[in-house]
Design a protein around this ligand. Structure first.
Ligand code: KMH
Ligand code: ZN
Length: 277
């Protein structure tokens, strides 16, 4: 059993700054959050960015400035979201890869997403996967439902392994429209992961109140953790999250209790097949 890979997803595309004032939305806020989360034990940052009005954007100039700013100030693995927000066109989502991140997310299928639909057509998924292979970007395959693990198997057997040869997935659990954030659902995914290439690793993310059960289930099943205000804005009943650091600190505490302490960014690069910096 290795240590724990901790990913922070600090912003997302769904919460508004007005509703969640602690959300980091400017580059300065994002970099400050990243530095503090790295110091606590995070190794990856999953990034969505905002415009001057704090609205989600995939603006290429801002994406490049964000990758550069995070690389300059932290050792974190920078993982750009290719998911964006539910209204982003496919072309803009593919263009995220032009900003040159070490990693990017790659969702394995369409899913109802609250009252919206998060579209991920097969041809689009193939395009994301193959462009990442060509450009030396390591994907994190986002799994919102059990069948998407079978889609990943189909993708890998038809188009080959990702850049670096290591397969890493993130189970995004508890989205209204996707799989529930329960230990039972996580175990079902754990079973299905056995059909993926040997050495495949997984992290898990529990949306909203499923954050704690999913963290505990993932740690006990040998998985890794993703936490952050993209996924959780309530720390405990009636208590809003104060900062991303509060969520990372809690995840680090759980990982230490499980005797699987946080992996450093360089250990994480080694695990995921990402070239050392
Ligand atoms: N914002 C969601 C529609 C990803 O980052 O790749 C998609 C999402 C997944 O957050
Ligand atoms: Zn995301």
């Amino acid at each position: 059993m290795t240590g724990t890979l901790i990913t922070v997803a600090p912003t997302g595309a769904e919460s508004s700054k007005a509703a969640v004032p602690a959300l980091p939305v400017t580059l300065d806020e994002l970099v400050a959050t990243a530095k503090e989360c790295e110091a606590l034990g995070a190794a990856i940052i999953h990034v969505h960015i905002r415009d001057d009005d704090a609205k989600p954007t995939l603006d290429q100039g801002r994406l490049r400035a964000t990758v550069a700013g995070l690389r300059e100030s932290t050792g974190l693995i920078v993982q750009l979201s290719s998911g964006g927000s539910v209204t982003d066109p496919e072309a803009d989502r593919l263009a995220v890869l032009d900003a040159g991140p070490e990693m990017a997310s790659c969702t394995m299928g369409t899913v109802n997403f609250g009252d919206d639909v998060f579209m991920n057509r097969w041809e689009f998924v193939v395009e994301l996967h193959t462009r990442m292979q060509e450009r030396g970007i390591v994907p994190e395959y986002e799994i919102f439902d059990l069948g998407q693990l079978t889609t990943l198997q189909r993708l890998l057997s038809s188009y080959g392994l990702p850049f670096g040869g290591h397969v890493h997935v993130d189970l995004v659990m508890g989205v209204p429209g996707g799989m529930p954030g329960t230990a039972e659902a996580l175990v079902a995914c754990r079973q299905a992961l056995r059909d993926l290439p040997e050495g495949t690793t997984f992290s898990a993310t529990g949306i909203g109140r499923s954050t704690i059960p999913v963290m505990l289930a993932s740690l006990s099943a040998g998985g890794h953790l993703r936490v952050g205000m993209e996924d959780t804005v309530t720390y405990a009943k009636g208590q809003p999250v104060e900062s991303n650091m509060q969520l990372v600190a809690r995840a680090v505490g759980f990982a230490q209790l499980a005797q699987r302490p946080p992996l450093s960014p360089s250990e994480a690069r080694e695990l995921l097949g990402i070239p050392a910096r």
